[in-house]
Structure formats: structure tokens, C-alpha cells
Design a protein around this ligand. Sequence first.
Ligand code: PLP
Length: 429
Amino acid sequence: MAEVDPEIYGLVSSEFARQRDGIELIASENFVPLAILEAQGSILTNKYAEGYPHKKYYGGCEFVETVEEVAIRRACDLFGAEHANVQPHSGTQANMSAFFTFMNPGDTMLAMSLDQGGHLSHGHPLNFTGKLYRIVGYGVSPETETIDYEAVERLAKEHRPRVIVAGASAYPRFIDFSRFATIAAEVGAVFMVDMAHIAGLVAGKVHPSPVPHADFVTTTTHKTLRGPRGALILCKTKYAQELDRSVFPGTQGGPFMHAIAAKALCFKMAATDEFRTYAAGVVANAKKLCAALGERGFRIVSGGTDNHLILVDVKGSRNVTGRDAEKLLEDAGITVNKNMIPFDKEKPFVTSGVRLGTAAVTTRGMGEAEMERIAEIVDRVLSAPEDESLRIAVRKEIKELSEAFPLYPELLQTPSGVRAALSPLPRNS
Ligand code: PLP
């Protein structure tokens, strides 16, 4: 890469240094194991394999279709699902394929409102969902800032949706999947869960699973699940054929076999005791970070967290907008993202909150002592927004902290973080 394209190589190298030297608190990000980088960077990227195992539309699929079969079997085992489709390229495409299985244009979708924690692909006006479907949003109660299940039931009975969607991008509490399923059954709606954020916690058995309750479960594979950028759909056998048709040829062409190989590795790794320990560590770290911020006077939306993420009302706590907090922390070497909080008075591009997550820092091996230290640093930075020299000093501190928890220590450290010479895959004897 360095020889062929120094421009891109330079940018990849800079991004590697940014990841290595900073503290990553974006709740949807993680650092994949080296074996997953290897699978994603493998020669499987060369192969076309439209269709499904043993029904492929191309020759030469005998190895890649086995890769896909293994990935499917592992996904079903990991989550206790009847059927899995491992081809979706992204979470949004997984949602599109699932919706296309049972929705027609004009049908009604009841989903969490975006400004209360929902995702773009659950009804944003510019997303395909907002254009194709009639969207009814539910949210949280103003008192507890947790999902208002009574309102969900009322809205379901009033609007008779074709689908009820549970799952969110910025909701720090357990979701009562059984209660949602009961409501969906009452009104004859399909029940779909988008567990993108919490999939790793579900796999690690530290979060209740939606699989026994939902007709369809979609997820990305790259957040708490710590796999490659991509997605997965689980469903009951009775929907399997329709769902598979919705993915291919419905919404995608050739699957990314390199990504599917990497997903297979991810599912294998997520089934281990080691991963369970990791998932428990993610939640323990989130609780610790949350408590340490609370002790320093930050208002935490919903008063705490049950999962990997924390929503902090920075406007209410330090009179700094989410946008400014994101920038101040970035200058200090900590990456977070601004986020709407429930009933936010600021615009989506400004916001009153920031969203923090502990999946990536836990992967680096950080524990509760480091969470205390990070909370203390966040407090210092956001309490003195005018103090640029403080942020320069903090940046050094953050670099030292991250050096104590090296990123990819097993990697032959080239400037870009790409292994200098990948061993041939597989080796012919
Ligand atoms: N669903 C939820 C709940 C998400 O939080 C996200 C991404 O953040 C997605 C779906 C979309 O995933 P992707 O960015 O891969 O399309």
C-alpha cells in the first residue's frame, strides 16, 4: 500500500496513530481481534458467490459456501436462533431486508423515536423507512427517562402497526422484550428487535436475549460483538425462505465473503468464556464510569446504565452543548459523540448530551481504575472549556494512559498498523 498509494497509506497510518494514542468512548465502536482483520483482508474478497450455500449462481464456490455454512451455524448456536442470514453488508441493510420480508409501502411501523434514542433506519424522514412507511414513534417517560411501555401499548392499539420495533442507538437500560412481544401479539404486529448495540452483551449473557421473544432480530456485527463491519439477521424457520429472498436478490447482490469469514470468526470467539468475561467487563466499566461521572455532578440520563453506554446531559451539568463537549474532548484525546437526550431543546447537530460507551476501552484491557481516571479527566476538560493549555496537557496524559494498554501489541507495527507480510492463506503443502 505504501508503494502503490502513499496518499492513502499516509491517511491509514494517521488513523492508526489516532486509534492507538487516544481513548475511544464511541459506544458503537470497538477494536477487532487481529484474526478478524486477517480474515477481512484475505483473498476471499476476490470471490463472487451470489445465492446461498449449495444454491450459488457462480462456479468455484465450494470453499466459500462452506465458510457461509459455518458462519450460519455458529450464529444460530451463539444466539439460540432457528435461522440466520449472514449476508447483510450493514445494519441498515439488514433492517431493510427484514422490513421487506413483511412490510409493504404505506404500512405502519411503531418504533422508538430518533430523538429519544432510536436509529435512523427506524423511521428517519430521509431514510427509506421514513419514505416508504407510516412511522409512529414511541419514547421514554419524562420522569424516569426509561421506555414508556404503557404508551407503547396505547399507540399500538390506536395505530395497529404492521411491525413493532424495539432496539436503539442511545438507550442505556435493559429493554423488556417480553413486554414488547405481548403488546405485538395483542395487536397482531410482527415483533422485530434491532440489537445492534447490545449484541455482544447478549452473546456474553450479561443482557437478556430478544431471540426467544422476537419474530426477527437484526444486528450489526461490529459494535459490542467485536466483529467485522457488517450485519446479521436471525428469525424463526417459518420466515427463513422469505427473509433470504429479501436479502438476495431483494436488496443485495454478491455477499462479501471476506466479511462473512470474519463474521464466522467473530461468532466463534463470542461463544467463549473469555468473551463472557469481556462482556461482563464492558458492563462493569460502564457502571463504574457512570458512577464516577455522577459523583462529579454530571446528570446521567435515566440515572444510570444497565449496558455498555451512558448518556450524559452535559448542557444541564456544565452548560456546554454536546457539540462543544465532543470537540473539547477530542482536542484532549478522548473520542465521544454528541447525542440528543430525551426532550432535548437543542437541534440534532448541537444537542445537550454526549454518548459514551465502554466496549473499546474494555477491549484494550482497561478496568475500573481507568474508568475513574477517565471520569476525572472528562470532568477537568468540560469544567474549563476556555482552557486550551489544559487540553494540551491532558492529551499527553491520555497518550500515556493508552500506551499502558497497547493497541494490537501482537501486530508487527508498521506505521499503518497493517501487518508487513500476511502469511499466505492457506499454505499449500
Ligand atoms: N441499528 C442500530 C440500533 C444502530 O445503532 C446502528 C448503527 O449505529 C444501525 C442499526 C446501523 O448500522 P450500519 O451503520 O451498519 O448501517
